[in-house]
Design a protein around this ligand. Structure first.
Ligand SMILES: [Zn+2]
Length: 215
């Protein structure tokens, strides 16, 4: 099949010519064609589509506060820079045109970005680090981003010490690493994102993120 700009592409790519020229500011502004394309990118990376829970889950919040206090007692500082995040905020992240923002996809918003293969490449690159809107675990209110999303921090002595503390202690409070980097599970390894699953032995009620999945 040949699209209007003369590139031979599988039919998978054809619908995205419509609606790509406009950068959405909110979830509802994403055109159906655009969303269909993003959904395919998300599924290709193994992300799940989540309900917007509307709040930081109270059990996750309580466990988080306990974990912060325990860490502080061992001279480890944990500070959340993101917890619950609505769809519209994820739109801002995923469609960001700031060149420094996890590898720009800014070409998408320029007229010369008519090369659909390049557009797909840029979207996939973005999805390694930022979940497409609707596909972020932050929508569930069960994850926290801690301290920094900069690799340089996690490679520093403080960052390494903090990560080691988390690996060893977070499970006591019902938290586990959100993205391990395993293939087909969404983003690459994110040292900063921790997901509440609960730990009934320690009084943290189990919560299944699967219950937040929406087809
Ligand atoms: Zn995160």
């Amino acid at each position: 099949m040949v699209n209007p700009i003369g590139l031979s592409l599988p039919s998978f790519f054809l619908p995205i010519a419509v609606g790509l020229g406009v950068r959405p500011a909110t979830y509802s502004q994403i055109s159906a064609e655009h969303r269909d394309f993003i959904d395919k990118i998300a599924k290709a990376r193994g992300y799940q589509h989540y309900k917007d829970a509307g709040r930081f889950h109270p059990d996750a919040r309580k466990a988080f506060n306990d974990m912060v206090a325990a860490a502080k007692g061992e001279k480890i500082t944990l500070a959340a820079f993101s917890t619950y995040r609505p769809y519209d905020q994820q739109v801002q992240y995923y469609f960001s045109d700031r060149p420094t923002d996890h590898g720009a996809i800014r070409k998408i918003w320029q007229p010369e970005a008519e090369d659909l293969a390049e557009i797909k490449r840029q979207y996939l690159a973005r999805a390694e680090m930022v979940a497409p809107p609707g596909y972020s675990k932050h929508h569930t209110g069960l994850v926290v981003d801690l301290n920094s999303d900069k690799e340089s921090y996690w490679e520093s002595d403080t960052g390494k010490k903090t990560f080691q503390w988390l690996v060893k202690n977070a499970p006591r409070f019902g938290y586990q690493l959100s993205y391990s980097g395993a293939q087909g599970t969404g983003a690459v390894l994110e040292n900063w994102e921790w997901q509440y699953v609960g730990n009934s032995k320690n009084g943290y009620p189990p919560v299944k993120i699967e219950d937040f999945i929406e087809p």
